[in-house]
Design a protein around this ligand. Structure first.
Ligand code: ADP
Ligand code: X2W
Length: 287
């Protein structure tokens, strides 16, 4: 690069940092729950970038709480083990054999990978599941779904203790039943329940599309609850987008200030959403 171009680059970087000041001030000490979906977890380089953004957030005083998915990784392992798996309305029908694989992949593999990536960027971070410290107590959601849990009680005290110490929690979406059984929770549902319990300032749902699309395939940058209900009823919102939008609405009802559905594969997606005027994805506010 020529020296002049290089100077222009640095000037642009400095300007970006300077323009971020009001956003940095707005989010200082804010709680931001980030759901990292399995489809949003791309290459190792993308994971490294995600981890760097999370550590930067923590560095500027935000309290990030990561809840992850891992559906595609579970599918891959179930395929290898030749265990068939069905989804109903975006949720995996989970029998005991499936549950074993879900727990192994989510808590053992995916969680460890994210913790490792954040630690490698210098973040202090700890891997958990909803089964730890009574974080998520579940009831069975629907007998037809088997061991799928619906969070009925969330105990966020441990998360508050970690935030006070500057430690970033990375949470696998598993829950404990009242009889000590393990439940599989949809990652979006788990993230929404945790965000509501923490009365988070933002819930960011990172996925593999730029946001919620209308019938013409255009991303809607702002959405209301009634629009979402209509789009689910007429089938415009389908599959995995159903639990995502349901989660956003439930989180707002539970006291979260706003939920955003955005493309986790886009460069620096979380920073763009939080610290720039531009924002990213579809924002859903109460009203
Ligand atoms: N109206 C819609 N707008 C955007 N995506 C939609 C819509 N309806 C269904 N989808 C689907 O939902 C998917 C996101 O859900 P999912 O695959 O469960 O993501 P993740 O694994 O990130 O949780 C998108 O890739 C898209 O195929
Ligand atoms: C009940 C249920 O569906 N659980 C999900 C948990 C993982 C998840 O939600 O992963 P994504 O966010 O990557 O889709 C599953 O078994 O796939």
């Amino acid at each position: 690069m020529r020296t002049q171009d290089m100077n222009r680059d640095w000037i642009a970087t400095a300007r970006t940092l300077s323009q971020a000041l009001p956003y940095l001030q707005r989010y200082a000490d804010a709680t931001v729950v980030i759901k990292l979906g399995g489809h949003a977890m791309g290459s190792d380089a993308a994971m490294e970038e995600f981890a760097r953004d999370v550590v930067l957030m923590r560095q500027v005083g935000v309290n990030p709480v990561i809840v992850h998915g891992g559906g595609p990784m579970i599918n891959e392992m179930l395929d290898r083990l030749q265990i068939k798996s069905d989804f109903r309305n975006g949720k995996r029908v989970t029998d005991e054999a499936t549950m074993e694989v879900v727990e192994m992949v989510l808590a053992g593999r995916v969680n460890a990978k994210i913790v490792q990536a954040i630690s490698a960027q210098g973040g202090r971070c700890v891997g958990l599941s909803g089964k730890d410290s009574g974080l998520i107590i579940c009831d069975q959601e629907d007998p037809d779904l088997g061991l799928v849990g619906e969070p009925s009680e969330v105990n966020p005290r441990l998360l508050r203790d970690l935030a006070e110490k500057g430690i970033i929690p990375v949470i696998a979406p598993l829950g404990m039943g009242r009889g000590g059984e393990t439940f599989n929770i949809n990652g979006d549902t788990a993230a929404g329940a945790i965000a509501a319990a923490l009365k988070a300032d933002r819930l960011l749902l990172l996925t593999d599309v730029a946001g919620v699309k209308n019938g013409a395939g255009e991303v809607l940058t702002e959405l209301t609850a009634s629009q979402i209900r209509e789009m689910v009823a007429d089938g415009t919102i389908a599959g995995g987008m159903i639990p995502k939008t349901e989660t956003a609405l439930a989180a707002l009802e539970g006291g979260v200030r706003a939920a955003v559905i955005l493309d986790g594969r886009a460069p620096n997606a979380c920073l763009l959403e939080l610290f720039t005027e531009h924002g990213a994805g579809s924002i859903i506010r109460k009203g």
